[in-house]
Design a protein around this ligand. Structure first.
Ligand code: HEM
Length: 424
């Protein structure tokens, strides 16, 4: 039995209403199938044993590796497996080819995640100094205050939506602080990235509209700073505008794309991880009580929750025909970097489908592998640690109040989107 199957909940998911049932995972898996969105662990286990690199024609067609070693190897097949278009579902040609919306793939879309070397390398190097442990640590005090203020807002109510009122309130403010944009617009930023990403996956018009809103916003922020420069120490946008690569300034278009990525990567991922952790602990009394009683467990527990509920699956595009073992990727094929599935491979993790709070050997790849490994992992870990520890300090005892109302997001970033929690 998988750990997620053990929660006695029947959460709903925000999958599109009508989808054909999946009869054969190996040839027809569906990332938006309600069962898969609710709990993908059994599907990965079945595929690992029968067809470890599955294929589907759904959603534009893609390949799904489920073994750790395969995901690790594919993440390193650069540039044969390219990141220029890392979304699983491409836009229809008529939209993608329109110059007015042609910012959806390629270097300018959201480097470094949407780039291959050499652009990936230099855009990544520009970002890394802003996300070292030393650069992130000064945000800890602010994050603690923010978490306690959020809890103050609902603790007397006896319950809350732990996504809307807590998990999703933290990352947008942190990334807004980093970028030097208006923190009080956190909910709006979350709505933009959700529409551009999660909900826009199956709705091209919404995706285009929302991406344009985000890009217009950052174009205007860039123009403001061109007119009135800010201290780059407190403002990542200004730092990027001031940076040079081989003696040349980087273009505004590139800065806008990099900021777009910061918003998307900074918000959807981390709120998913915080939400999944709270979901797990609300539904697993033994783990919840153990963590409350043994705070020394937090270090290993956080890594274990990241492993078990890894939220991010990015896509790659084959730039040429490539043979990988028995599988032949053809030029143009999509390949899903199934980091979440790799993290449940029994060849690498003992008892992978159970959360083990004190797991000692945990080489998970929730933050990816190879050249695109997450540039924001120090910030993400700090946010998760502070958010969960502050919650436990104030609310050590909590449960799922309405499991039927629970909503999981599907597609490339998986996490709770509605999470009703009760506490005494
Ligand atoms: C728990 C939270 C997070 C998870 C699980 C996560 C996961 C990932 C993964 C799997 C990748 C690799 C994508 C690929 O191979 O195509 C990635 C890349 C990236 N992440 Fe994160 N991420 C998280 C939070 C953040 C945060 C807070 C930021 C800060 C803004 C961030 C910024 C980035 C950037 C810039 C990249 C691209 C790196 C490159 O292409 O060189 N992430 N992340």
């Amino acid at each position: 039995m998988t750990d997620t199957a053990d929660t006695r909940t029947d959460p709903v998911v925000d999958a599109p209403a009508e989808r054909c049932p999946v009869h054969d995972l190996a040839t027809d898996y569906d990332m938006f199938d309600p069962d898969y969105m609710r709990d993908p662990v059994p599907a990965w286990a079945e595929l690992r044993g029968t067809c470890p690199i599955a294929h589907t024609e759904r959603n534009g067609g893609s390949w799904l590796p489920t073994r750790y070693d395969d995901v690790q190897a594919m993440a390193r097949m650069v540039p044969s497996l390219s990141s220029l278009s890392p979304l699983v579902i491409d836009l229809p040609d008529e939209i993608a080819d329109d110059p007015a919306t042609g910012f959806f793939s390629g270097y300018n879309a959201g480097a470094p995640i949407s780039a291959d070397p050499p652009v990936q390398g230099w855009t990544r190097r520009l970002l890394l100094p802003h996300f070292t442990p030393k650069a992130v640590e000064p945000l800890r005090g602010y994050t603690e205050r923010l978490c306690h203020e959020l809890i103050d807002g609902f603790i007397d109510e006896g319950g809350c939506d732990a996504t809307a009122q807590y998990a999703q309130q933290i990352p947008p403010r942190l990334i807004a602080r980093k970028l030097g944009i208006d923190e009080s617009r956190g909910n709006q930023f979350t709505e933009w990235v959700r529409n551009a990403g999660e909900l826009g996956q199956l709705d091209p018009e919404l995706r285009v509209r929302s991406r344009k809103v985000i890009r217009d916003f950052f174009h205007s922020e860039v123009a403001d700073r061109r007119a009135d420069p800010k201290d780059p120490k407190d403002d990542l946008i200004s730092a990027l505008l001031e940076s040079e690569v081989e003696g040349e300034p980087i273009t505004d278009e590139m800065v806008v794309g990099m900021c777009n990525l910061q918003l998307v990567a900074g918000i959807e991922t981390t709120r998913s991880s915080i939400g999944s952790a709270l979901w797990h602990l609300a539904g697993h009394e033994d783990d919840r009580r153990r963590l409350a009683a043994e705070p020394d467990l937090w270090d290993t527990a956080l890594e274990e929750l990241l492993r078990f509920y890894s939220p991010v699956t990015m896509g790659r595009n084959a730039t040429e025909d490539v043979d990988y073992g028995d599988v032949a990727f053809r030029k143009g094929d999509k390949i899903l970097m199934n980091f979440p599935g790799a993290n449940h491979d029994p060849e690498v993790f003992d008892n992978p489908d159970v959360v083990v709070l004190d797991r000692q050997r945990n080489r998970h790849i929730a933050f990816g592998a190879g050249i695109h490994r997450c540039a924001g992992s120090n910030l993400a870990r700090m946010e998760m640690e502070v958010a969960l520890m502050a919650w436990f300090e104030r609310i050590p005892e909590f449960t799922l109040s309405d499991p039927d109302a629970m909503v999981w997001s599907g597609g490339q970033i998986r996490g709770p989107r509605i999470l009703p929690i009760a506490f005494g």
